[in-house]
Design a protein around this ligand. Structure first.
Ligand code: ZN
Ligand code: ZN
Ligand code: FE
Length: 764
């Protein structure tokens, strides 16, 4: 009889998740050979399959290592183990993948430079020292350079660069960190940077990056080609440079993001906490909203009238070379004119950014798919997406159940689309506001690209109910697909349910600026009883006219007038409200007439507009430069409030109408008494929390539902999100919030997809 140690066992392991293009096979190879196991590893249609032969003890060690120390970029979702009869392998090999077997795998997002590569970047003895395109299996570009799958060099924008013998040797060696690193390159064989002036004339310099640094030091605006597109860059400590950039980019007040070289530099101007540091240093390298320090040293124009500043750490070697000890922070804002898509192509950048940038730092590695920087904020110790894009896309949202292949088209603003395959929902990168042709072209391109690299041929198309959205019009043209229209706020709530793996009905608080309602009106302060396939409107903010329609979004003073008219009639002009003094009589008269005669004054139940109206009454802001600005500044102004609340009331009909009038009366009384706006704002926030918590209790009594989902753009407001979650929790509610997709319209496509699937399964 043989000793137990030498009995050969055989197993087949099927590994699912992000396991291709992330160094998974070399990891398996190295592990198996170290343990002297025989067999092979291969990429398959939905992951990696490993055949192992050897003593049981070693196979178990292998399995343990597979679970506990996979390569940094791998994301293993499932390992199935099958017992087999040994075939008698005499070695362990990596089997080459066949093209048709890679169609169902997951693609890695772009990954920030790893520590090993960073070390080499600054090591004078390394052959890649100072090379801005250094990368390895554990880091570098992925999603933005892939044209098609399988993820092999010829299907990426690296196909134009032939590896030199040294790079090729690394690429072929399973024990090398660059084994099958598709973007592998070096100064001899890889992409290069070049500096141009705005006349498209190449600037002769030995070191384009050093020259760029000196131009930035001199206060110039430089367009820098990055990973997912161009950034417009200026020294964040130079007020004149920041103002120049704002003026040329036509971006008056929206905050600009900055990049700092390291955590220590960030500490000079922002307040850090452990969670923020972890998030800043994560390999996704998002922009994180941080509270400004009191002795904030950056130019005031970076993030005006805002107590936060968006900060990120470098994520490409090029960024590290630019930053290295030269600047406390650089403004790094998307390379575009106002809300156009970010420029990715050199020629396109020269054309579109010529009037903005003084210099262009470009390179010859093409970006196939633009991807803006992601933006997050920590609230209640959790990551909250304001924009989910570079670094996260195309990692899917993992769902509880399998869906049919669906394309969901998203909403109008902050558009993203979503494609589904089984239990994976692939939310696209940030596409932007679908209001112009350039963004619409990007929308169509993203859909085509995602369909191709994910091999999804959707049968169903989900879209918003709004008849005029470009995304709706696109969906209506897809006659080969089953078309499902989805109500905006229902989609918000279901996106929150889906990411939390909840299918049972919930009470949904959907609070945002605008969404098209089932009755054709503009909703936005909605309390829904939501199921996956349908919803009832349990309550909503009472309708208020929006004099001038879209103009009332840009000019919150119109909303203030509308609310005041609702409470006091024409007498509102006699209230002692300082903001009224700044308005001229004729424009007030016109507003009143529009409201009374119902001229271009659509009715809205939007909570976002209510915030706008209150902000205007307080004199915080009567005109906005970007959507949500007034509401944001109202949040910024708020002081923590623990005192008495404004009165609130609702009707007993169905749906319940939440009456804004008692709150307005209270706010007006406080303003007339000279109560500071910070206190009024704090009290207003606290009142909303108490009111909606009470309302949820009424609904719980009626329906027995104790789960509450919070979604919609208003939950970007940290006070509202945190305070309402806390109060509801204290009353015994189970509260669902967003952590995987944005609460704003950037997350809505996920809800649309899940709803469409539920409707089709129900039978339409
Ligand atoms: Zn690396
Ligand atoms: Zn090379
Ligand atoms: Fe919305």
């Amino acid at each position: 009889m043989q000793a137990e140690r030498s009995v050969t066992e055989a197993r087949r392991l099927s590994v699912k998740g992000i396991v291709q293009g992330v160094g998974f096979r070399p990891f398996v190879y190295q592990l198996a050979t170290t343990l002297k196991l025989k067999g092979q590893v291969a990429n398959t249609s939905n992951g990696v399959t490993i055949f192992l032969e050897g003593p049981l003890h070693d196979i178990e060690s292998f399995l343990q290592a597979l679970n506990t120390q996979p390569p940094p970029l791998a994301h293993v979702t499932q390992v199935d183990v099958a017992h087999l009869a040994p075939k008698g392998y005499d070695s362990f090999t990596i089997r080459q993948s066949r093209e048709d077997t890679q169609r169902l795998t997951l693609i890695s997002p772009d990954v920030s430079i790893c520590n090993d590569c960073k070390k080499e970047l600054f090591d004078p003895d390394d052959r890649r020292c100072g090379y801005p395109f250094i990368n390895c299996t554990n880091c570098g570009p992925r999603y933005t350079i892939i044209d098609d799958i399988p993820y092999d060099r010829p299907k990426t924008s690296m196909r134009h660069f032939r590896m030199c013998p040294e790079c090729q040797t690394e690429y072929d060696d399973p024990f090398n960190r660059r084994f099958h690193a598709q973007p592998n390159a070096c100064p001899v064989c890889g992409p290069r940077v070049a500096l141009y002036d705005r006349e498209k004339k190449k600037i002769e310099t030995k070191n384009a990056i050093e020259t760029t640094i000196s131009h930035l030091k001199a206060g110039h605006v430089v367009a820098v080609k990055g990973l997912g597109g161009f950034h417009l860059v200026v020294d964040a400590e130079n007020p004149a440079a920041v103002e120049t950039l704002r003026r040329r980019k036509h971006r008056e007040e929206k905050p600009l993001a900055v990049m700092s070289g390291d955590i220590e530099s960030i500490r000079q101007f922002a307040v850090l906490g452990q969670e923020n540091e972890v998030l800043l240093q994560s390999r996704q390298r998002p922009i994180v909203l941080l509270e400004k320090k009191k002795d904030y040293a950056l130019a005031g124009g970076v993030s005006p009238k805002n107590c936060t500043v968006g900060v990120m750490l470098p994520y490409t070697p090029l960024h590290y070379l630019l930053m290295k000890n030269h600047f406390t922070a650089l403004v790094m804002t998307s390379g575009n004119l106002s809300e156009d898509p970010i420029a990715i192509d050199n020629e396109d950048a020269f054309d579109r950014l010529q009037d903005i940038a003084d210099y262009f730092l470009v390179h010859d590695r093409d970006i196939y798919l633009r991807s803006d920087d992601s933006v997050l904020r920590i609230v209640d110790n959790k990551q909250r997406f304001l924009r989910r894009s570079r670094g996260y896309v195309p990692v899917p949202v993992f769902l509880k159940t399998r869906l049919k292949p669906i394309l969901a088209c998203g909403a109008e603003l902050k558009n993203t689309v979503c494609l589904t395959r089984e239990s994976h929902a692939f939310l696209s990168q940030h596409i932007g506001d679908l209001e112009n042709l350039a963004t619409y072209a990007f929308f169509e391109m993203t859909i085509a690209h995602l369909k191709r690299i994910l091999s999804i041929e959707p049968e169903i198309i989900a879209h918003d109910m709004h008849p005029n959205y470009l995304s709706t019009q696109y969906a209506k043209e897809q006659s080969q697909m089953v078309q499902i229209d989805v109500q905006h706020h229902h989609a918000h709530i279901v996106s929150c349910m889906a990411e939390n793996h909840v299918e049972a009905p919930v009470i949904g608080l959907a609070f945002d600026g605008t969404g098209y309602g089932s009755d054709g009106r503009l909703w936005g302060g909605e309390v829904l009883i939501a199921r996956l396939d349908r919803f009832e409107r349990a309550a909503h903010l009472a309708y208020t006219p929006m004099p001038g329609g879209a103009a009332a979004i840009k000019e919150p003073w119109r909303m203030a007038v509308s609310y005041l008219y609702g409470v006091y009639g024409k007498d509102f002009v006699n209230r002692r409200l300082p903001f009224l003094d700044r308005l001229n009589d004729s424009s007030l008269k016109i507003m009143v007439e529009m409201i009374e005669k119902d001229i271009n004054s659509p009715r809205t139940s939007s909570l976002g507009r209510f915030f706008d109206g209150i902000a205007a009454m307080l004199g915080i802001r009567s005109h906005v430069a970007f959507e949500g600005q007034a509401a944001m500044e109202l949040e910024m102004a708020a002081e923590t409030w623990t005192g008495d609340l404004y009165e609130y009331a609702w009707s007993s009909e169905e749906p319940v109408l939440v009456d804004p009038h008692p709150i307005i009366t209270g706010v007006v009384r406080d303003i007339e008494k000279g109560v500071p706006s910070s206190m009024v704002s704090g009290k207003f926030h606290a009142t909303l929390m108490a009111m909606f918590t009470d309302l949820c209790q009424v609904i719980r009594k009626k329906t027995g539902l104790s789960r509450v989902a919070l979604s919609g753009g208003c939950f970007q407001n940290a006070i509202l999100l945190s305070g309402l979650s806390k109060r509801l929790g204290e009353r015994g509610f189970h509260v669902l919030t967003h952590e995987k997709v944005p609460a704003n319209d950037g997350g809505i496509a996920l809800g649309q997809a899940v709803i469409a699937d539920a409707i089709v399964r129900r039978g339409g």
